[in-house]
Design a protein around this ligand. Structure first.
Ligand code: CMC
Length: 380
């Protein structure tokens, strides 16, 4: 008798681990980090505190938080090898690939598997931010700006990127964006991180695996794709016809839909609230992208919502990214910087009870087949 085997493509509905890092409430549309509502964290917390929370599953006390911030600040300093690599590659490879190169350089010779290795987790998140800012800075012809001890992580990112050329509200927006992207359960990239970490590969290499999984437009790459989509549509009045044409050709609308949400993505709700605060100061290209995005959201109600497809965070992020002056080829990289907090927290948690991730496949080819030597196969 043949045993019945079921293939769960995309691992849809499969629980692959237990985790206390984040909870996605798909019924009520909420996201919690270690039990704390994302909304409340965006309002009251900072990215550094969220980093601590994701790793330790509790809020820090004053003294330990000041030591934690100091560790982050020190870890943000770049070594000459990184600065040289950025000078060498920044104009040749895309930003995400360069992040993979730089983070991989830090992984050489290290051993994975230690669930207490908080220092590496902090080093990774700190370095990821400095890498991104220094890539942008060097691409624009500037020099490496070291991190400052009196600045928050978000302010250091902007200062290292722009050399003092930013506004206070940009720091707030960036800090909110970093918090909003910090974790989201077992997303494809987090799973990629866990797959690599489960082999006891080092944490830096596991994060490199995660960055590569984040890159695609179905996951983190959607923000850049959604920005391009808005620019290609070009005019809010064209949205209804564009949507009809896109859907009739069975193409995906970027910034809509999610594997786990069949309701409005709660992260997108928070983003919209932040955007609303700055609406009267938004002009030029950013304003146009906002108007097109709003039209996409409105007409999405008619065309996509009845099928359970709602806006996700990537519909709205490009507006805030552009408002704080991020070049459009760095959107996914900023997502990676922020999500490295979640990746590393998940890796440390997984290493407490590590088990190699090694699923099965159902072979559907012929076997056994007899090998025929080349000279006996004929010419065509
Ligand atoms: N536009 C048009 N149709 C869609 C969309 C969309 N954005 N999303 C899903 N559908 C349709 C899809 O065509 C399919 O239709 P049918 O049943 O007729 O074949 C049905 O809905 C189910 O789609 P699916 O792709 O099988 O569903 P999924 O659970 O794999 O979808 C998704 C998740 C994110 C891959 C998908 O919604 C998508 O491709 N969205 C666009 C890319 C995007 O915005 N990604 C960012 C996700 S949020 C950031 C993050 O956390 O990664």
């Amino acid at each position: 008798m043949t045993e019945h085997k079921t293939v769960l493509k995309g691992l849809e509905g499969v629980y692959v681990t237990e985790s206390g890092v984040s909870l996605i409430d798909t019924e009520n549309g909420a996201l919690y980090y270690a039990g704390y509502d994302l909304r409340e964290l965006v309002e009251h917390s900072s990215f550094e505190e969220v980093m601590f929370l994701l790793i330790h599953k509790r809020l820090p006390l004053r003294q330990e938080f000041s030591e934690f911030r100091e560790l982050i600040r020190r870890s943000m300093e770049l070594e000459p090898i990184h600065i040289e690599a950025i000078h060498r590659y920044a104009r040749i490879v895309d930003v995400l690939t360069l992040l993979v190169i730089l983070i991989s350089l830090k992984g050489t010779g290290r051993q994975g598997g230690d669930p207490r290795d908080v220092n590496s987790a902090v080093d990774i998140v700190a370095k990821m931010g400095s890498f991104l800012s220094t890539i942008v800075r060097i691409k624009e012809g500037g020099d490496y700006v070291p991190p400052r001890s009196d600045f928050s992580y978000a302010e250091n990112l902007l200062n290292m990127m722009n050399g003092g050329n930013y506004e206070d509200e940009h720091v707030e927006i960036l800090d909110d964006l970093l918090i909003i992207h910090a974790d989201h359960g077992i997303s494809a990239s987090t799973f990629a991180a866990l797959v690599a970490a489960s082999t006891l590969s080092d944490m830096y290499s596991s994060v490199a695996a995660a960055i590569l999984a984040l890159k695609g437009p179905l996951h983190g790459g959607a923000s850049e794709a959604s920005y391009e989509q808005a620019l290609n549509i070009g005019d809010p009045a064209k949205v209804p016809a564009w949507l009809e044409a896109t859907l009739s050709q069975k193409k995906k609308v970027m910034g809509f839909g999610h594997r786990v949400y069949k309701i409005y993505d709660p992260r997108a709700v928070v983003l919209k609230e932040i955007i609303a605060k700055y609406l009267d100061r938004m002009d030029g290209k950013v304003r146009l992208v906002y108007e097109i995005t709003k039209a996409l959201e409105d007409y999405g109600q008619k065309y996509l919502a009845p099928r359970g497809i709602f806006p996700n965070l990537d519909l709205w992020t490009p507006i805030l990214y552009r408002m704080i002056g991020l070049p459009s080829d760095t959107f996914t990289a900023l997502f990676a910087v922020s999500r490295s907090a979640g990746w590393t927290a998940h890796i440390l948690e997984y290493w407490r009870d590590n088990r190699l991730i090694r699923p099965l496949h159902l072979y559907v080819g012929e076997y056994p087949r007899k090998y025929i030597p080349m000279e006996l196969r004929g010419d065509s």
